[in-house]
Design a protein around this ligand. Sequence first.
Ligand SMILES: O=P(O)(O)OC[C@H]1O[C@H](O[C@H]2O[C@H](CO)[C@@H](O)[C@H](O)[C@H]2O)[C@H](O)[C@@H](O)[C@@H]1O
Length: 246
Amino acid sequence: MQPRADLPPPPPLESLSDGGPASLFLDFDGTLVSLAGHPDRIVVPDGLPDLLADLSARLGGRLALVSGRSIADLERHCGTLAIACAGSHGGERRLGEGEPIARSGVVPVAVQHELAQFARDAGLVHEAKTLGTALHWRTAPHWEERAQAFVDDLAARHGLAVKRGKFVAEVVAPGVDKGRAVAAIMQEAPFAGSRPVFVGDDVTDEDGFAACERFGGFGIAVGERKSPTARYALAGPDDVLAWLGA
Ligand SMILES: O=P(O)(O)OC[C@H]1O[C@H](O[C@H]2O[C@H](CO)[C@@H](O)[C@H](O)[C@H]2O)[C@H](O)[C@@H](O)[C@@H]1O
């Protein structure tokens, strides 16, 4: 991948703690793992869970995954994750391996069914999620406008919210975002008082970048999408893994 012209590369990971404790918030799809045609067809890089566990130990436990996927789905793909996690765009949180997961805002089953039916009729991919329900059109991009319109209408009819991403729109409970997830985790030991850095590729990660700025840290954008908030950029998952010391 080509380096990005609009933003500089981030400082070396080791230097983040120069001015005091740092914490790291990492998005998953498109950041640690390359994007695939279907949510279940991702290939998790060898050794990723161990890399994250080692990194967390080096950061004194101040490392969290912050993903649109549920925590259960992350662990289905990665195996047990010995780190803090926020899943479902922040609707789920847990501070360490095996700890109970705090959850909020489940989308009603009727909404899941309506979206699944639309996906079947259109030949698109429906992803049933722990808290939300998502429609993917990566393999049929000409559906984008109609798919987005259907998801917007479905959410509005049920007083719910929409998360947009790369070739995906998801109906979620209102008031859930990655910025709130970062803010909630930053209230807890060992994160409290640290300088947070968020690494992510998609539009939902902008809330995470903005939250880190409010706590004195910054965001690192991944991939080609232009970010209005990030201060640094990396070209793709391979560069992220190299920056993390893989
Ligand atoms: O916040 P993230 O960890 O980046 O998760 C965001 C969504 O990622 C997944 O969808 C994306 O990745 C798929 C697999 O590469 C790809 O097919 C899809 O087009 C992408 O949007 C996941 O399926 C969603 O549930 C997450 O919300």
